[in-house]
Design a protein around this ligand. Structure first.
Ligand SMILES: *[C@@H]1O[C@H](CO)[C@@H](O)[C@H](O)[C@H]1NC(C)=O
Ligand SMILES: *[C@@H]1O[C@H](CO)[C@@H](O)[C@H](O)[C@H]1NC(C)=O
Ligand SMILES: *[C@@H]1O[C@H](CO)[C@@H](O)[C@H](O)[C@H]1NC(C)=O
Ligand SMILES: *[C@@H]1O[C@H](CO)[C@@H](O)[C@H](O)[C@H]1NC(C)=O
Ligand SMILES: *[C@@H]1O[C@H](CO)[C@@H](O)[C@H](O)[C@H]1NC(C)=O
Ligand SMILES: *[C@@H]1O[C@H](CO)[C@@H](O)[C@H](O)[C@H]1NC(C)=O
Length: 463
């Protein structure tokens, strides 16, 4: 009975989604002719942080992580220490049968507040409880995300806490996470944004163990950290399009003419490495953006069986990849034992006029979030969001969305901008005009990704 209702509901949702898609596409045809030229150029310049070497790459095992003291709380004149988030309903599995049946989610220890959308909220300045760790404390951060080390003069971006409108988040608890994931494999699959979420999680968890150990990779595309005390591994796998593509080299993938593979089996080589993951978090978006809104796809022609390149509308190609991913997950993940997450589009901030800033500015020099609650940058394609909704809505496997797009839209202050390791020398012209090489795609650590993981923590244990 319950299932029948659920089925009806989901077909209703599907129907509504389809209807809004039709309305949306119709509207879009008339209104959205903006070019993505500037963004595409900027993306090409900065999308090179896929290979994520770690500091300990060159040799010795990472040493003990300093636990440090809470400097914010110790400062004179500071407000009283943060007393903890209001406790939400965390009742463990209730004993009556009805309740128990609803707890089908693996790893759940409690429940989120009913009807509360944790992705709908605002940023609150909180220099007492944020950040969760300092840049110096976490020795695992890739230099591409270390802003203080590369001269960022301000720290305000580290002190914002996400406050959902209808409830409060469970505070990230590293011990709890490691205890619940004892003997398990947590795997991030995607691009450098997923990679930075992976580093953030490593940092968040590192406070509860002596040190992470690098373990042998099963593929050049993998980065693996093991927490020996818990026999848990946290892994990242570079696959910016999920399917195979000509951007798969984990080190050298600055490819201008991007081609994704869409023939039968074009995900197999990657997905071979994803099997036996217990918790899987995947993302893909930034690499898809281009001026023409098209994607070149390698396909096999049905007549000759030859490989041919076909250009496709972006949303269509994205939809096909999502569908393939979902099918793989349905076949390889067990809803009773695994959890699957999808992190939505990470926004960029290349157009300051969109938030009412100067005409030619971008994220460079931004020190405050946006407080316009309806702000949405043009680089986050709602058409892609619709494709995601549809693909995950049709899946025969419970997916959990980590819908970071709106909350991250507000964070124009949180990008790495010019404060990161510059792998390619700067020209005199660039030096004179820092805005021209500002990275408004990636984000500093500690920073925004810690909140993405706090949401992951909430959805994993308090769904
Ligand atoms: C933390 O601060 C306290 C008091 O300021 C000090 O006694 C203690 O040694 C510090 N601990 C660490 C690990 O630095
Ligand atoms: C924290 O922020 C408050 C309000 O902006 C400020 O008064 C206080 O000095 C700050 N404390 C620290 C330690 O930065
Ligand atoms: C974190 O979780 C552990 C294990 O469940 C628990 O013992 C501890 O009290 C929690 N810490 C906080 C601050 O809630
Ligand atoms: C670690 O976990 C794996 C499963 O992920 C299991 O096969 C192995 O026996 C565990 N090792 C120890 C020492 O518990
Ligand atoms: C808030 O953002 C929306 C969408 O980006 C925009 O249309 C609106 O003008 C903005 N409002 C203000 C007060 O800036
Ligand atoms: C994510 O959140 C945004 C804004 O809150 C919403 O418009 C969008 O539909 C959500 N995405 C999905 C796939 O549900």
């Amino acid at each position: 009975m319950k299932f029948l209702i659920a089925k009806r509901l989901s077909s209703f949702t599907l129907w509504v989604t389809t209807l809004s898609l039709v309305v949306f596409v119709t509207l879009r045809c008339f209104v959205d002719f903006r070019s993505y030229e500037k963004i595409a150029v900027n993306l090409l310049q900065i999308q090179h942080v896929g290979y994520i070497p770690t500091q300990s790459e060159e040799g010795e095992e990472a040493k003990l992580v300093s636990k440090g003291n809470n400097t914010a709380a110790a400062a004179p004149g500071a407000p009283p220490p943060f007393a903890g988030w209001p406790v939400e309903r965390t009742d463990l599995f209730a004993d009556d049968e009805e309740e128990e049946e609803e707890h089908y989610m693996a790893f759940a220890v409690g429940r989120g507040k009913e009807g509360c959308d944790v992705f709908d909220g605002r940023w609150v300045y909180d220099n007492v409880s944020m950040p969760h760790y300092t840049e110096k404390e976490c020795r695992y951060i890739n230099p591409q995300f270390k802003c203080q080390a590369f001269g960022r003069p301000d720290r305000g971006y580290q002190h914002w806490r996400w406050q959902p409108h209808g409830c409060s988040l469970q505070r990230f608890n590293a011990t709890l996470m490691l205890e619940k994931l004892r003997g398990k494999r947590v795997l991030f699959v995607g691009d450098s944004l997923g990679g930075s979420q992976f580093f953030s999680l490593v940092c968040l968890l590192s406070r509860a163990i002596a040190s992470f150990r690098k373990t042998p990779k099963h593929s050049p595309s993998s980065t693996i950290f093991a927490a020996p005390e818990y026999n848990t591994t946290i892994e990242f796998y570079w696959a910016p399009f999920l399917v195979e593509s000509n951007c798969d080299d984990p080190k050298n993938h600055r490819v201008k003419d991007r081609i994704i593979h869409l023939y039968q089996g074009s995900m197999d080589k990657h997905s071979e490495n994803w099997k036996r993951a217990d918790v899987l978090i995947f993302n893909t978006y930034t690499w898809w953006l281009n001026e023409e809104n098209k994607m070149k796809t390698l396909q096999v022609s049905s007549q000759e069986g030859e490989k041919v390149i076909k250009e496709m509308q972006l949303e269509k190609a994205y939809g096909l990849v999502m569908k393939r991913m979902v099918r793989w997950l349905e076949r390889n993940m067990d809803p009773l034992k695994n959890r699957v997450f999808f992190t939505t589009m990470s926004p960029t901030h290349f157009r300051s006029f969109e938030w009412g800033g100067v005409r030619n500015g971008n994220c460079y020099g931004q020190m405050m979030p946006i407080f316009n609650s309806t702000y949405w940058g043009s680089a986050s394609k709602k058409s892609i969001m619709e494709v995601v909704s549809r693909a995950l809505g049709e899946a025969k496997l419970p997916f959990t969305l980590i819908n970071i797009t709106q909350m991250s839209e507000y964070r124009k202050d949180a990008h790495t901008a010019i404060y990161k390791q510059q792998k390619y020398g700067l020209t005199e012209e660039q030096r004179r005009n820092p805005e021209s090489y500002a990275d408004c795609v990636h984000w500093c650590l500690p920073g925004l990704q810690d909140t993405w993981n706090e949401l992951l923590f909430n959805k994993l244990f308090f769904p």
